[in-house]
Design a binder for this molecule. Structure first.
Ligand SMILES: Cc1cc2nc3c(=O)[nH]c(=O)nc-3n(C[C@H](O)[C@H](O)[C@H](O)COP(=O)(O)OP(=O)(O)OC[C@H]3O[C@@H](n4cnc5c(N)ncnc54)[C@H](O)[C@@H]3O)c2cc1C
Ligand SMILES: NC(=O)c1ccc[n+]([C@@H]2O[C@H](COP(=O)([O-])OP(=O)(O)OC[C@H]3O[C@@H](n4cnc5c(N)ncnc54)[C@H](O)[C@@H]3O)[C@@H](O)[C@H]2O)c1
Length: 444
């Protein structure tokens, strides 16, 4: 225990970037404090991944049942209100569970909003002074809001995940992760959905031919996409809302979701006072996640880097800091392959080298027509394809898949990509048959 300070390590924020590492760090005997202004667990469990995937499950099941219609008898449809209630039941227990995990490990949770006073001192809710030898900024992101007249009439992803009743007409501004996942859920649950694009691109970080398959399918299901929409204003119109866009066109809707991205949670943190460098992309860190102020670190979504802003990245950084602070490593952080997926229906998942980069390098790109592979025909998947990329020595270096279980297929291939398995090693591992993992692996 540090004699000079209240804690050896103090985390600001209690999301994945904190708790995955803070709990084992406290268990190892380091004195740990965690300041959290909202729910312990942060975005992912409370208003992100867990909440979203609970709402998505009936969508996936409904789609499958539609495909198996004739074998399965009777119509099924989603009761939105019940779905929201079920989601809430599942996630309500998570903040307490994570609080217990941190406290049982020996960490102290301090509720309130933190502001730096100096590089070793933080003031919580303008009252309580907390000091620490090292401080980790892990404050995450918050929704970006369009700077246009009427912007307050729009809602964010958290509002959507808490909607007790699904609006009849829902308009989504933005076609990134949130725009596309929420358009899928709302459409399958019975809403009339319009997606307004900034440009003509949807999910620009994913393989575009697969994105197009998902967009075409959503169009067939009634979702409208407006490209280059140039959204200019929102206004209240009787019981509805009017969106002015394009060349002075208007659109009337019942509910507006602003899904135009997320920005670092750094307002009023007092970083200017202590000289920590950052910009609108996040906090600048070196290869030890250390800021320009020696004892201050940053982890998770709030860090300025090119990684996808996803839970596995926050988790990995949190674990790295735990190892650094407990003396298990002094090495620079070395990121593994970080996979990502968009939970549309079907999903698009990817890991490692992209198809575009593989083309530039002249690597081998194999196309797997999975819709015609027998195991994907079991549940009659019409949209299922993958690309596997092998380098010149025959190692699998990248994969992208569009299918209902693309996330599981990509997960199965991660060891081969991460550890550069050679042919002999790949052949040495056999999976359970039949399974999606097996189907992916036997092509590796
Ligand atoms: C709708 C949605 C769906 C998502 N789905 C997925 C998914 O399916 N898979 C995936 O991998 N990722 C998903 N993500 C991303 C994932 O949630 C984040 O990458 C992850 O939560 C980042 O963790 P973090 O700890 O860096 O930040 P956060 O979880 O955001 O935690 C930051 C915490 O800091 C607190 N805080 C901020 N400022 C202060 C302050 N001054 N004082 C005290 N506390 C403060 C906040 O209250 C918050 O609890 C999703 C995100 C959203 C919004
Ligand atoms: N499955 C997952 O892992 C998952 C799911 C949801 C969210 N997330 C995380 O949350 C973050 C935020 O998600 P997001 O979808 O808000 O961000 P995003 O960056 O994925 O997408 C933002 C979208 O808004 C559009 N946009 C920006 N300005 C606009 C304007 N003026 N008019 C119309 N469109 C505009 C962009 O073109 C883009 O399509 C993601 O970066 C991701 O890391 C992850």
């Amino acid at each position: 225990m540090s004699e000079k300070f209240d804690y050896e390590v103090l985390y600001i924020g209690a999301g994945h970037a904190t708790f995955d590492g803070a709990a084992p760090l406290a268990e190892s005997g380091v004195s740990v404090g965690v300041i959290e202004s909202g729910l312990v667990g942060g975005t992912c469990p409370n208003r992100g991944c867990n909440a979203k995937i609970a709402l998505d499950e009936p969508v996936k099941v409904t789609r499958e049942a539609q495909r198996l219609n004739g074998i399965l008898k009777g119509d099924i449809s989603i009761d939105w209100t019940k779905n929201i209630e079920h989601k809430q039941e599942i996630i309500d227990v998570l903040p307490q569970g994570l609080t217990d995990r941190l406290e049982n490990a020996g960490a102290t949770i301090i509720k309130g909003f933190a502001q730096f006073q100096d590089e070793h001192t933080v003031i919580v809710d303008d009252q309580k002074k907390v000091t620490a030898e090292k401080i980790v900024i892990a404050t995450g992101l918050r929704p970006h809001r369009l700077d246009i007249p009427g912007t307050d009439l729009a809602h964010d992803s958290e509002d959507f995940l808490n909607l007790k009743k699904l609006p009849k007409k829902l308009t989504i501004i933005g076609s990134g992760y949130i725009g596309m996942e929420f358009a899928t859920m709302a459409n399958e649950s019975g809403a009339d959905v319009t997606v307004m694009l900034h440009t003509d691109k949807v999910l620009r970080k994913f393989y575009q031919p697969y994105v197009q398959k998902v967009v075409d399918d959503l169009k067939k299901r009634g979702v409208t996409f407006i490209e280059n929409s140039n959204v200019q204003a929102f206004a209240k119109k009787n019981d509805a809302y009017q969106i002015t866009y394009g060349d002075n066109q208007t659109l009337t809707t019942d509910w507006i979701l602003d899904a135009t991205g997320r920005i670092p949670n750094l307002d009023n943190l007092g970083l200017e006072k202590i000289g920590v460098k950052y910009d609108k992309t996040g906090v600048f860190v070196n290869d030890h996640l250390q800021t320009n102020v020696e004892n201050i670190y940053a982890a998770g979504d709030v860090v300025s880097n090119d990684l996808p802003k996803v839970t596995p990245a926050a988790y990995f950084e949190s674990k790295y800091l735990m190892e650094l602070f407990s003396g298990q490593t002094q090495d620079a952080i070395e990121y593994p392959v970080i996979p990502s997926v968009v939970f549309t229906s079907p999903r698009i998942a990817k890991a490692g080298m992209s198809v575009e980069e593989a083309k530039d390098k002249g690597y081998k790109i194999s196309t797997n027509d999975l819709a015609n592979y027998w195991y994907y025909q079991v549940d009659k998947e019409p949209i299922a394809e993958s690309k596997q990329i092998h380098d010149n020595e025959g190692h699998l270096v990248g994969v992208t898949e569009v299918s209902d279980q693309a996330e599981n297929a990509v997960n199965a291939l991660l060891p081969a990509i991460q550890f550069k398995f050679d042919r002999k090693q790949v052949n040495q591992l056999i999976g359970i048959f039949p399974s999606i993992g097996y189907a992916a692996w036997h092509r590796a």
